[in-house]
Ligand binder design. Structure first.
Ligand code: CO
Length: 134
């Protein structure tokens, strides 16, 4: 069911500094910063030949990554995003298997303008998983 690794997301306390690390130190091709108010984050994507890195900065006091950054003050890997062909079919299959979908269970439009869902880390080897309909 899961397909390509769409991106690895890294939550960071200072998105400008993290972008500079990926652009200047690692020589990566980085996007502009984009606020994602529906998700409470600001994103920068680093384009790699085989996948992407999503740098996440907190947007607003209620940002869902604030707790993660309190536990990981220098930042850390926040989630993995796998592509699926049909997000509703994937959700139904996972829920039937007992997996927990975060939120109300309905896909939201993610950072690439495509529907996404997040799955509870306790059900997936301690890793927050994002599914994106490719
Ligand atoms: Co993501």
């Amino acid at each position: 069911m899961i397909g390509r690794l769409n991106h690895v997301a890294i939550a960071v306390p200072d998105l400008t500094a993290a972008t500079a690390v990926y652009r200047d130190t690692l020589g990566g091709r980085v996007s502009a910063m984009v606020d994602q108010p529906d998700h409470g984050v600001t994103t920068v994507f680093v384009e790699l030949p085989n996948t992407k890195i999503e740098l996440l900065g907190a947007l607003g006091e209620a940002s869902p990554i604030r707790g993660f950054l309190e536990k990981n003050p220098s930042g850390g890997i926040h989630h993995l995003c796998y592509e699926v062909d049909d997000i509703l079919a994937a959700r139904d299959r996972l829920q039937a298997a007992g997996a927990r979908v975060i939120g109300d269970g309905n896909p939201k439009i993610g950072a690439h303008g495509k529907p996404v869902l997040f799955l509870h880390p306790k059900d997936f080897c301690g890793t927050l998983v994002e599914l994106e309909q490719a």
